[in-house]
Design a protein around this ligand. Structure first.
Ligand code: 5AD
Ligand code: SF4
Length: 445
């Protein structure tokens, strides 16, 4: 039997695409090789979101090159966003690559593997919603559910619209049917995936006629599926975070109390240059609406420091928003110019690297201090924790995730996949610590 090994970089969308690659390869008769040294097919599912993502991947390719030199029959495939962003240049830069394909072009990989093609092939055209593919799920009780592909936003820093194409929603009933099948298969937690999930459904057509649906309607339909206990989604855009979605968090038991609301910058001037389509006030209005309807819900965010033109004053406004909102967590990034994006062509007000680094340090201080404050509200509560495995820092303890998406390390006996009540005894900015509570029933979701 031929064996494959997939290395995945980037976001959850890529993790899901990798599961679909594996599912497809297994239907072609391949088996998984846990060690890349044993594989006949080495696949890389790449990311291009930031410079660091590019360079991590290039470092990995050295190993593939060595394998190919030792055994020319080993096939090397490069898929995903980085491949899409450089297209056929993949073959010039890395002549040992046999097949390259863009995100969502997994079926083309099958076409390549089942053809007699002896020459390297690249597949980079955009398509509508890719055909249904079998999936090999990494965790039995959790499933990713892709609800749309592509993105119609034009954030000036972002490479995604050019790597993943125009937005296209997957038909409503097809998604709900997939969730029903997964639930019947034992799945209890799902994550709805899209580049801009809450723009879902506007483009849907039935029999050639416009037949729009909303993301909130989808949340209701998925909540109604028997057996699904937790629903998460990523990523939404603040512009489309409407009241109906926030009310779904309040009214639907399975929708987790966590909203990721990417800020990017707290300065309206920079937000405009980023083409984010909201300003500081509109963003803070969204936060106020969330706090009004679902005050306990965790809010997390993404922030970029050092965007071209960002002054000390602009940056201080970002710090102020972080102080004011008090995020439960934030992903913070140093701006890096991405090929072909509008921001990569900006030449004025470029922020020197040491200034970017210094701003990043100040930002992380505020984010962590506020996250630490916010996390104290969990101490003393008993929370349902979805067990993932042993704790990373102390293997005698267990690790899981709370409905608020906090990592929880705890003592107790439980198997991965189980949902157990844990009494929270301490909280830092990143994690909660507790004890499995044998008698208590969870008092908070
Ligand atoms: N530079 C730095 N960070 C970026 N992100 C996207 N593009 C860039 C870039 N060019 C960040 C944004 C986005 C997250 C996934 O990555 O914050 O929300
Ligand atoms: Fe995901 Fe964006 Fe990276 Fe593509 S470029 S893998 S969409 S994070």
């Amino acid at each position: 039997m031929k064996r494959y090994h997939v290395t995945t970089f980037g976001c959850q969308m890529n993790e899901h695409d990798s599961e679909r690659m594996k599912g497809m390869l297994e239907t072609l008769g391949y088996g998984e090789a846990p060690d890349p040294d044993d594989a006949d097919l080495l696949l890389f599912n790449t990311c291009s979101i930031r410079e660091s993502a590019d360079s991590r991947f290039v470092a990995h390719l050295g190993h593939a090159k060595r394998r190919k030199r030792e055994n020319p029959d080993v096939l090397i495939g490069v898929g995903g966003c980085w491949a899409q962003s450089v297209k056929d240049e993949v073959f010039q830069r890395f002549p040992f690559v046999d097949v390259a394909f863009g995100p969502g072009q997994i079926h083309k990989l099958a076409e390549f593997l089942t053809s007699d093609s002896l020459t390297a092939q690249g597949y980079f055209e955009f398509e509508d919603f890719p055909a249904q593919l079998p999936t090999k799920r990494a965790k039995d009780l959790h499933a990713w559910v892709q609800i749309s592909v592509g993105c119609n936003q034009r954030c000036s820093y972002c490479i995604v619209p050019s790597t993943r194409g125009r937005e296209s929603s997957r038909p409503f009933d097809v998604i709900v049917d997939e969730v029903r099948r997964q639930a019947a298969d034992g799945v209890r937690e799902i994550t709805l995936l899209g580049q801009n999930v809450n723009a879902y459904g506007r483009d849907l057509r039935v029999g050639g006629k416009a037949s729009p649906r909303t993301f909130a309607e989808l949340l209701h339909a998925v909540d109604a599926v028997d057996g699904i206990e937790r629903i998460r989604y990523t990523s939404p855009h603040p512009q489309d975070m409407k009241e109906d979605v926030i009310l779904a968090h309040r009214d639907l038991e399975s929708v987790c109390p966590h909203i990721h609301l990417p800020l990017q910058s707290g300065s309206s001037r920079i937000l405009k240059a980023m083409r984010r389509t909201y300003n500081r006030e509109r963003y803070l209005d969204r936060v106020a609406m969330i706090r009004e309807h679902v005050p306990d819900t965790a809010i997390t965010t993404d922030i970029i420091v050092g965007f071209p033109g960002e002054t000390e004053e602009d940056f201080e406004q970002t710090l102020q928003v972080c102080e004011e909102v008090g995020y439960d967590g934030a992903f913070t990034f140093i701006f890096s110019p991405r090929r072909g994006t509008e921001a990569a062509g900006m030449t004025e007000g470029l922020v020197p690297h040491p200034v970017k680094v210094e701003r990043m340090e100040r930002l992380v201080e505020v984010v962590q201090r506020r996250a630490h404050d916010r996390a104290q509200r969990f101490v003393g509560r008993t929370i349902d924790v979805h067990v993932e495995g042993p704790s990373r820092t102390d293997p005698s303890r267990l690790r899981g995730r709370s409905p608020h998406n906090k990592v929880v390390n705890f003592t107790g006996v439980a198997t991965p996949g189980e949902i157990v009540p844990v009494e929270i005894l301490a909280a830092t900015s990143q994690t909660l610590a507790g004890e499995a509570s044998l008698l208590a029933t969870a008092t908070a979701r």
